[in-house]
Write a protein that binds this ligand. Sequence first.
Ligand code: IMP
Length: 172
Amino acid sequence: MNKLKVLISKEEIEKKVTELAAELREDYHEKNPLLIGALKGCFVFMSDLVRKLDIPVEVDFIKVSSYGIGTHSSGKIKLEHGTKTPIEGRHVLVIEDIVDTGLTVRFLLDYISRRKPASLKLCTLFDKPSGRVMAVPIDYMGFTIPDAFVIGYGLDFDEKFRYLPDLCILED
Ligand code: IMP
């Protein structure tokens, strides 16, 4: 039986997403940015963020896989679904739910920079620096979290728990 402990409440998340949106609005309001979300974990954060941003943006998604089933990255990143929107000359902002080893973000940044964007930045809601294997530049960040496997607010364990409104630690 899994036990859940709330690490960051939905109220704290909402406040932080509002703050991030204000910062991004300031930086991107004249740039018609292209937001590229990393599926699947980004979908809750990204949908809250774009509505709070309140400026014209375009969105697209990339799907890569690294985890398979369980709580540890396999270390191998596989592209499952690339972007369709032309990237050359665009101001691109990658939207991630969480950066752990950094391998996924490194893969995404390389994939996008090969397509010659005008600018490329990364926004992640959660950062787990204890897991880092590869250094990655994070331009906009919500919360630094401890070394624990977290679920909720879009993040899953074995495709479960994405619907939870709070960010929780999964304890067994
Ligand atoms: P990285 O490649 O190790 O940085 O992991 C990035 C991806 O792994 C994220 O986009 C998540 O989908 C997943 N991930 C990493 N840590 C967690 C976690 O604690 N809970 C759920 N998913 C995670």
